[in-house]
Design a protein around this ligand. Structure first.
Ligand code: UDP
Ligand code: MG
Length: 315
C-alpha cells in the first residue's frame, strides 16, 4: 500500500530538515514490517518568506519520494492542506505539521487501524498541557458553543493530524467551499474514526503563526460555516423587545395616572430614560446587522468562486 504524507510548510526552513530526518526513520521502520509498504511525501510551501522552498527542492532532488508544491503567496494552512490532499495519490493519507508537533513516530500506531479497513480515519487528540489557561478556557468555551448551535460533534483537542483512508480523503475533497474550516469538515463527513491521544509537544524550531486574534477569527469562521442560528438572533431579540415595550408602555400610562406631575428620574419626560432606550436599541440593531454582514460576506466570497490558491511552481 502507498501512504501519502502531506505537510503544509510556512517559514519552516529550520524545521523541514529535522522533520524529514525523523519521518524517513519512521518510514524505514514501517517498510521493514510490511514489504508492500511504500510512501510519498507531499510538501506544500505556503508562500514562505524564508528559504523553505529551496530546502524542499533540495529534498526532492535527493529523495524520489518527495514532491512539492510552491504557492505564489501565503494562502493559509487550510489552502495548503487542500493542495496537499489533492496532490496525494496514496491509498491512505496522513497530514502532519512540519514543526514535529505531530510526532511522525505515531504513524506506525495509526496505520493498522486504517490499513485493515476497520476504520476510515485514525485521528489524534492532543492534551492541552503547556497551553496558557486563558487559551484553554476560550477553546473549551468555543467547543461548548459549537456543540450547542451546530449539529456536528467537534472533539476537543482533535486536529488535522490524522491518517485517512482514500474514501475519507475523497469525501473531504468533495467539500469545495472557499472558507475552509477543516475542524468541522471531519465530523461533518462522518465515517468510522478511532482516536489516539498524544502528549502536547513544543515546536522543534521556528515559531507559531497563530495569534489570539487569528484564532478568534478562525472560530467565527467555524460558527458561520456550520450554523445559521446566529441569524435567528435578530428575530428573537425583536420579539423580546416588543413584549418588553408593551409592559413599559402600560407602566408609563399607569404611573402617569397615579402620580400626575411629580418629577422623577424614570418618568416619561426624563431625558435619561430616552437616551438609554435609544442607545440600547441602536446597539442591538447594529449587533444584529453585523451578524447579517458576516453571513453576507461569506456568501460573497463563495459566489466569486476564486481558486483556493495559486501555484507558482511544482515538482
Ligand atoms: N502553516 C501553513 N500556512 C500558514 C500557517 C501555518 O502552511 O499560513 C503550517 C506550518 O508551517 C505548520 C502547520 O501549518 O506546518 C501548523 O502551524 P503552526 O505550527 O504555526 O500552528 P500551531 O502548531 O501553533 O497550531
Ligand atoms: Mg505547530
Amino acid at each position: 500500500m502507498l501512504l501519502s504524507i502531506v505537510v503544509p510548510c510556512y517559514n519552516e526552513e529550520a524545521a523541514v530538515p529535522l522533520f524529514y530526518a525523523e519521518t524517513a526513520r519512521v518510514l524505514e521502520g514501517c517498510a521493514a514490517k510490511d514489504s508492500s509498504f511504500t510512501a510519498e511525501l507531499v510538501f506544500v510551501d505556503d508562500g514562505s518568506a524564508d528559504s523553505s522552498a529551496a530546502v524542499l527542492k533540495d529534498l526532492a532532488a535527493r529523495d524520489g519520494r518527495v514532491r512539492y508544491i510552491i504557492f505564489s503567496r501565503n494562502f493559509g494552512k487550510e489552502a495548503a492542506m487542500l493542495a496537499g490532499l489533492r496532490e496525494a495519490r496514496g491509498d491512505a493519507v496522513v497530514m502532519l505539521d512540519a514543526d514535529l508537533q505531530h510526532p511522525p513516530s505515531l504513524i506506525p500506531l495509526l496505520l493498522p487501524a486504517v490499513a485493515s479497513g476497520e476504520f476510515d480515519c485514525a485521528g489524534t487528540k492532543r492534551t492541552r498541557k503547556g497551553d496558557s489557561p486563558l487559551r484553554t478556557f476560550f477553546s473549551r468555551l468555543f467547543y461548548r458553543l459549537m456543540a450547542r448551535i451546530t449539529d456536528i460533534e467537534m472533539i476537543d483537542g482533535a486536529g488535522d493530524f490524522r491518517l485517512m483512508s482514500r474514501p475519507y480523503v475523497d469525501a473531504l475533497l468533495s467539500l469545495n467551499e472557499r472558507s475552509r474550516f477543516s475542524k468541522g469538515f471531519y465530523p461533518w463527513i462522518g465515517f468510522r474514526t478511532i482516536w489516539f491521544e498524544y502528549e502536547n509537544a513544543e515546536r522543534a524550531a521556528g515559531r507559531t503563526k497563530w495569534s489570539f486574534w487569528k484564532l478568534f477569527q478562525y472560530s467565527l469562521d467555524g460558527i458561520t460555516a456550520f450554523s445559521t442560528k446566529p441569524l435567528a438572533l435578530a428575530s428573537i431579540l425583536g420579539v423580546l423587545l416588543f413584549f418588553i415595550s408593551l409592559i413599559v408602555i402600560l407602566w408609563i400610562v399607569v404611573y402617569r395616572l397615579i402620580t400626575l406631575n411629580t418629577p422623577h428620574p424614570w418618568t416619561p419626560d426624563g431625558w435619561a430614560s430616552t437616551a438609554c432606550i435609544v442607545l440600547f436599541c441602536g446597539g442591538i440593531q447594529l449587533f444584529t446587522t453585523g451578524i447579517l454582514g458576516q453571513y453576507l460576506a461569506k456568501t460573497y466570497t463563495e459566489v466569486k468562486q476564486r481558486p483556493h490558491y495559486v501555484i507558482r511552481e511544482r515538482s
